[in-house]
Ligand binder design. Structure first.
Ligand code: SAH
Length: 363
């Protein structure tokens, strides 16, 4: 399927739908475009594709090794104990994918008596993934949005959830910011930009940017973090947020990945994973505004090592040999090495003021 000039593949069904919408209502923000690509009910990436694992498009930490979910379980279990083991607490995961992390967390949960019988709640937008998660974890309670979570102490993990939330992009201009938009031309979808104007939510970026620089803004983040934070502030609990990104969004971080390779984000909407780095400063500010005390940003490698990943790896290695042992050693390195996910991925914990810092995230 090649166009007459042979330069771009023909538009797929979602591209055609978006082209018509753009024709009628004008260009889309990048956030609107990402939202449609990821969660369109018929053609969306998470609603359609088998994204995870070696045969999919990308591999996440829980899919690399069971040790990741086990360490998250130890951290949340110890935090629950340190808060007096509240019986009305719930374990929550945002965007659980195939449910692998929660299965690994459950395996380690009996090490903390009582933690293993807490109910599990999940926030998942994709009906297809909800079915997979229910198969993996019978009895799990699903919600489409964070506002559906009960008022209870939350012990929560979000791994690579926030990077899937759509972002808007802006280019600094002397007279404010030009928003990057998705429009269309004779060849199909293309990038464009809006006239420059000020945006109050970018005022704090005027001091550290110069004309031409790109910043990103995730409109869905503040309301989600406000919902979680209010529950933790009122009832107790803790949230662990693990993602790639840094303090403050730096430049264009939007990535399309298909079959483990970078892809053109506009070429075939809905067929590639689309993500953007998490701006941990935005997470920190939203949690702080709701009265929480966010922890320091810690790299994934340091966090996992402090929780005892190496001892766990050695124990597991005893029953392995040959190729299985090689891949176990490679998985350990990939999760923790500063040049791999260990340095690229960061962890921030959110707890109420006065609550103990979750293990692994001490300053
Ligand atoms: N945490 C998993 C999967 C990460 S992929 C892992 O580490 O393997 C992102 C997950 O978030 C998917 O389950 C996706 O369907 C879900 N998701 C993406 N956007 C969402 C939204 N706006 N609301 C709820 N879930 C969402």
């Amino acid at each position: 399927m090649v166009d007459p000039k042979g330069t771009r593949p023909a538009m797929n069904a979602l591209a055609e739908t978006l082209r018509q919408r753009i024709g009628q209502h004008g260009p889309l923000t990048l956030a609107d475009y990402m939202g449609e690509c990821l969660l369109h009910p018929k053609h969306g990436y998470y609603t359609q594709q088998e994204a995870f694992g070696r045969s999919g498009d990308f591999i996440t930490a829980p899919e690399i090794s069971q040790m990741f979910g086990e360490m998250i379980g130890l951290c949340l279990g110890a935090t629950w104990q340190a808060q007096g083991a509240p019986r009305d607490a719930i374990v929550v995961e945002l965007g659980p994918g195939r449910g692998t992390l929660m299965q690994d967390l459950r395996r380690i949960a009996p090490a903390v008596p009582g933690f293993d019988s807490l109910p599990i709640h999940m926030i998942e937008a994709s009906p297809r993934l909800r079915r997979l998660q229910s198969d993996a974890l019978p009895g799990v309670i699903h919600h489409a949005e964070a506002s559906g979570l009960p008022q209870a102490p939350l012990f929560l993990i979000a791994n690579e959830f926030f990077d899937a939330l759509p972002i808007r992009q802006f280019r600094r201009h002397s007279a404010g910011w030009e928003e990057i938009l998705v429009g269309c031309d004779a060849n199909g979808l293309c990038f464009g930009k809006a006239a420059p104007q000020p945006y109050h939510f970018l005022d704090h970026r005027l001091e550290d940017t110069e004309p031409g620089m790109i910043v990103e803004y995730c409109p869905a983040l503040p309301p989600i973090v406000a919902e979680l934070s209010q529950r933790i502030a009122d009832h107790g609990g803790a949230a662990l947020i693990v993602d790639y990104g840094d303090w403050r969004s730096q430049g264009d971080t939007v990535q399309a990945v298909s079959h483990h390779q970078p892809a053109d984000p506009l070429a075939a909407p809905g067929t590639a994973d689309l993500t953007a780095h998490l701006d941990f400063e935005a997470l920190y500010n939203a949690a702080k505004a709701a009265g929480l005390r966010p922890t320091r940003l810690t790299t994934q490698g340091v966090f996992l090592e402090r929780l005892g990943l190496t001892q766990r790896a050695q124990t597991l290695a005893k029953s392995l040999s040959g190729a299985a042992l090689d891949s176990h050693i490679a998985a350990h390195r990939r999760l923790t090495h500063p040049d791999e996910m260990g340095g690229l991925f960061k962890v921030m914990g959110l707890v109420a003021k006065g609550a103990a810092v979750p293990p692994g995230l001490e300053p």
